[in-house]
Write a protein of this length. Structure first.
Length: 408
């Protein structure tokens, strides 16, 4: 979409057209476009309005009902922080004493909206003209928040004693401009030297601000964490969605940490929670009781030790994130299973187990093991009335299979 077309979409005729569209239905989109063109609407305007309608429907996954009154670009929606996660960013900056935030590379303004919602004054910029206009539209409910078309490089962020309440937020683009997939989304990059704005600028601006946060890929390497910052891996519904580096007043617990969002709750795991964890790995002949599987954000943060400590157990293998313990403990950021059996990985023995227990419905999980679950299922030939869940993993360096029952 061009800036001119966006302006038309937001003006009288375009805005009325967008507001008149029914809830998006992929199957009816083609005939609807046809009808609108026949009624005399300009084809470009019809295409732009229908694209917004489609993106709003898709955006509900991230923003719920609010998406129905937002605008998006294809890339902007893809890269936008989901509402619940943005609200955590906003609370963090606000609780760090910030009252103003410079959002440098604001995309369609998802984080900026969350900042505005908690009362922060927001000055947002984006290098892309249409994207910045879309962000400004998405901020229209908050007079203390604006987005303009500019480069982060051109913004002079106040620093020093007079700027104790000024925060910087950055969510650099991790896309390779000019390389698009079939849906028009630009290709992702995982390299720090391909961030836009650059990694150098990010570090300079964040280090100089009273409080700052920068959202990076969940694959961010532990070795790259700048001294004194807090690296926080966040998962939403079991998927690790980001690693945010918090700087200065926003780095409450420097080092590695994880935030696990499940439902309305967010649970934080810190490096100190893992200190002094039992380093002894588990033994296959002593697997009994319960098995705890740490959330992926905790594993990415390298904090499985926190689970070992919490359940007073032993990790199956270093870094695998699965811990055995005879104790029945509630851990909101781990899944819990009862272990009913554990054997070394051996197809013949496993096939006998499946046959003897008349397992017809078999769930195969794997963690840290090199097996193909589909192929293993064919080899095991499950037949019978019973259900079972097995985990193929490593126990103290050797492949093993654990028979599990989920526990609430
Ligand atoms: C990942 S998106 C931001 C998403 C945003 N946090 C949200 O939740 O909607 C990154 C944005 O940075 C912008 N950008 C890239 N380089 C920039 C630069 N040098 N200055 C300002 N913006 C830039 C891109 O146009 C893109 O919209």
């Amino acid at each position: 979409m061009t800036p001119a077309l966006l302006a038309r979409l937001l003006s009288g005729e375009g805005a009325a057209l967008l507001a008149s569209l029914p809830p998006y239905d992929e199957a009816a989109a083609f005939s609807l476009a046809d009808r609108l063109r026949t009624e005399g609407f300009d084809p470009d305007l019809v295409a732009a309005a229908l694209t917004q309608s489609r993106l709003r429907a898709r955006g509900e996954r991230k923003f719920g009902e609010a998406a129905r009154s937002m605008l998006f670009t294809v890339d902007g929606l893809e890269q936008a922080t989901r509402q619940q996660v943005g609200r955590l960013h906003a609370r963090r900056l606000s609780d760090s004493g910030s009252r103003r935030v410079f959002d440098l590379g604001c995309g369609v303004g998802a984080d900026a909206r969350a900042f505005a919602e908690v009362g922060l004054r927001v000055a947002a910029v984006d290098a892309d003209e249409v994207t910045s206009a879309v962000a400004d539209f998405n901020l229209r409910s908050w007079p203390h928040a604006t987005a303009v078309h500019d480069l982060a490089e051109n913004v002079s962020v106040p620093t020093g004693l007079g700027a104790r309440d000024v925060a910087v937020w950055m969510d650099p683009a991790r896309r390779t401009p000019g390389v698009s997939d079939i849906q028009g989304r630009t290709r992702r990059t995982f390299r720090l030297d391909q961030l836009a704005p650059s990694w150098d600028l990010v570090r300079e601006l964040c280090a100089g601000a009273a409080a700052a946060g920068v959202k990076l890929s969940p694959s961010f390497a532990h070795a790259q964490i700048p001294p004194g910052t807090q690296a926080q891996w966040t998962s939403y519904d079991g998927e690790v969605v980001e690693c945010v580096l918090w700087w200065n007043d926003a780095a409450w617990d420097p080092g590695r940490s994880a935030v696990v969002i499940s439902g309305q709750f967010a649970h934080e795991v810190l490096e100190r929670d893992a200190e002094g964890a039992n380093p002894e790995p588990a033994r296959l002949d002593r697997l009994h009781g319960y098995l705890y599987e740490a959330d992926r954000a905790v594993i990415r943060a390298g904090l499985s030790g926190a689970l070992v400590r919490r359940v007073d157990g032993a990790e199956l293998d270093t870094g695998v994130g699965i811990v055995t313990s005879p104790r029945d403990v509630i851990v909101p950021w781990a899944k819990k299973y009862a272990v009913t059996d554990a054997i070394p990985f051996n197809i013949k023995a496993l096939r006998s187990w499946v046959r003897d227990h008349r397992i017809g419905h078999l769930t195969i999980k794997k963690k840290g093991a090199s097996v193909d679950p589909a192929q293993l299922r064919r080899q095991l030939r499950p037949r019978g009335d019973n259900d079972a869940t097995i985990l193929v993993t490593r126990v103290n360096g050797a492949q093993a299979v654990l028979m599990l029952m989920p526990v609430r």
